[in-house]
Ligand binder design. Structure first.
Ligand code: NI
Length: 171
């Protein structure tokens, strides 16, 4: 098991755009396995490679109640989104202890490549839909707080910087 350090907002590396994965090989499988370990340990329901400073299009998600249904999305692409929108209270491992409401399409269809190298499609609603959209944003360099007002974002940045300083002080 290997845990990867998670970047914290407002780290500029969270705004890098991830590159597509050319081939699902042993290196990619190792990244996926480390990302899954990191997500479960947090614990979180999703993690994008961007958050662990790997700028390749890879997501791990597990929205199951028992956290025993890992989903892997390599090169995910949004192929359809519903006109209907829904607001969810979102959180993010890169913005610890902060939650806020974001409005997004209620249902989405996503095409991706799995760990077996094969392409698949999912239609998602509820938490999986939110999670997929949130994590795909990360791969584009976008953090959910960027949907909020400038005032809120500035407050969050200050809070995160203060939190980081306190954590260093505790060492
Ligand atoms: Ni996030």
């Amino acid at each position: 098991m290997a845990l990867l350090p998670v970047l914290c907002y407002p780290d500029p590396r969270l705004h890098k755009v991830a590159k597509p994965v050319a081939k699902v090989d042993a290196r990619i499988k190792k990244i996926v396995s480390d990302m899954a370990d990191t997500m479960y340990e947090a614990p979180g329901v999703g993690l994008a490679a961007t958050q662990v400073d790997i700028h390749e299009r890879i997501l791990v998600i597990d929205v199951s109640d028992n956290q025993d249904e890992l989903m892997v999305f390599i090169n995910p692409e949004l192929i359809w989104a519903s006109a209907e929108v829904k607001a969810w209270r979102e959180g993010c491992l890169s913005v610890p202890e902060y939650y806020d409401e974001v409005e997004r399409p209620a249902v989405v269809r996503v095409r991706a490549v799995g760990l077996d190298g094969k392409e698949f499609e999912v239609e998602a609603d509820g938490l999986l839909s939110v999670c997929l959209q949130h994590e795909m944003d990360h791969l584009q360099g976008k953090v959910f707080v960027e949907y909020l007002s400038m005032l809120k974002r500035n407050r969050i940045s200050l809070r995160m910087k203060k939190r980081a300083k306190e954590l260093v002080g505790q060492r």
